[in-house]
Design a protein around this ligand. Structure first.
Ligand SMILES: *Cc1c(COP(=O)(O)O)cnc(C)c1O
Length: 340
């Protein structure tokens, strides 16, 4: 396979059009067979459910080249299953999970020339999404839907090493108890934009959201789950029904326990216990883990002992083990690596 002439290691995290995308339409109660198309645009009614009432959800995963030259992706079955949960909550039809995984394979094969080579640090980001495409004016679910999946090559998340970031405790809430925080709905991102721009203007990299009901427990950021390392080397990660179940975080919990012999605690984490942790990180598909050096709570600085220069040692071990599994340098648990 002839690769595109792209300067892989200098790619940013932005959209770049690739050759083909997968499209399937839902009409009269059924999904059609779906096709790969060169058309990167969408035409729909001005009154579409997605445009009026934000009836849309999405997923995100990556395809990449392993050390031995295979093109693979990481646990796409979990993206399929999470998208099912999102669709159910938004009263959208589920795109069958086996067909989702098949579409991932089709769309990556069709854009194989954009899958970055091993060692470049770049990956081919895959964006599955679904939206209500038929007209709705009274508030109700649309009758027709479109499911699409496009790819875009993205550069290494950290250029020149993973520098710890600074985050602030945010006064805005992300998710209500019994709300939609646990699904990957566009609406959760639309309402986060105001406060992420504000955070950046004030010099912070991310917002730390607290539980909306009591504002005593740590939830997550706008797009990543938290992990903490205790001084005695345990992995602690917040538990709440309004946190988005990150596939990276769930994988790290398994890696910590089974590969590194660490104790793992999935439990409520109080804001006032942050000062007791040795390390902190954010986890998600894009960066795998971003180290957090400092949390600022209304002027009060909580500085993790791992500092502002580099990833903490335990976080680094987790990062190296999970990326080693992903890249084929370390044997993966059954089913984690899916060959394209
Ligand atoms: C997508 C997302 C994550 C990360 O999930 P991964 O499956 O690890 O990529 C975390 N939090 C939120 C709010 C998200 O939307």
């Amino acid at each position: 396979m002839e690769k595109k002439n792209i300067d892989w290691s200098n790619l940013g995290f932005g959209y770049q059009v690739t050759d083909k995308r997968f499209v399937s339409n839902y009409k009269n109660g059924a999904w059609d067979d779906g096709v790969l198309t060169e058309d990167a645009t969408i035409t729909m009614t001005e009154c579409a459910g997605v445009l009026q009432y934000a009836q849309t959800c999405f997923e995100g995963l990556k395809a990449y080249t392993t050390e031995d030259g295979r093109t693979v992706c990481f646990r796409p079955d979990l993206n399929a299953s999470r998208m099912k949960d999102s669709c159910i909550r938004l009263r959208m039809p589920v795109f069958p999970e086996d067909r989702f995984v098949e579409a991932v394979k089709q769309v990556v094969r069709a854009n194989e020339a954009y899958v970055p080579p091993y060692g470049s640090g770049a990956t081919l980001y895959i964006r599955p999404y679904m939206f209500g495409s038929s007209a709705v004016i009274g508030v109700k679910p649309a009758e027709e839907y479109q499911f699409r999946m496009f790819t875009t090559p993205v550069g290494p998340y950290f250029k020149g090493g993973a520098k710890p970031i600074t985050i602030r405790v945010c006064d805005y809430d992300r998710a209500a108890p019994n709300g939609t925080g646990h699904i990957k709905a566009g609406l959760n991102y639309a309402m986060s934009l105001y406060q992420i721009v504000e955070a950046h203007d004030l010099g912070y990299d991310e917002n730390m959201y607290l539980d909306a009901a009591t504002r005593t427990y740590v939830e997550e950021t706008g797009g990543a789950n938290f992990i903490f390392i205790t001084k005695d080397g345990k992995l602690v990660t917040p538990k709440s029904d309004s946190i988005l179940p990150s596939i990276t975080r769930r994988s790290l919990m398994e890696v910590a326990e089974k590969y590194l012999g660490m104790q793992v605690e999935h439990r409520e984490v109080r804001l006032d216990e942050l000062q007791d942790f040795a390390e902190c990180g954010l986890c998600g598909t894009a960066a795998v883990i971003s180290p957090v050096g400092k949390v600022v709570d209304h002027g009060k600085e909580i500085c993790f002992p791992s500092g502002m220069e580099e990833m903490g040692p335990v976080t680094k071990k987790l990062y190296d083990t999970l990326t080693g599994i992903q890249m084929g340098r370390i044997e993966a648990p059954e089913g984690w690596i899916v060959e394209i």
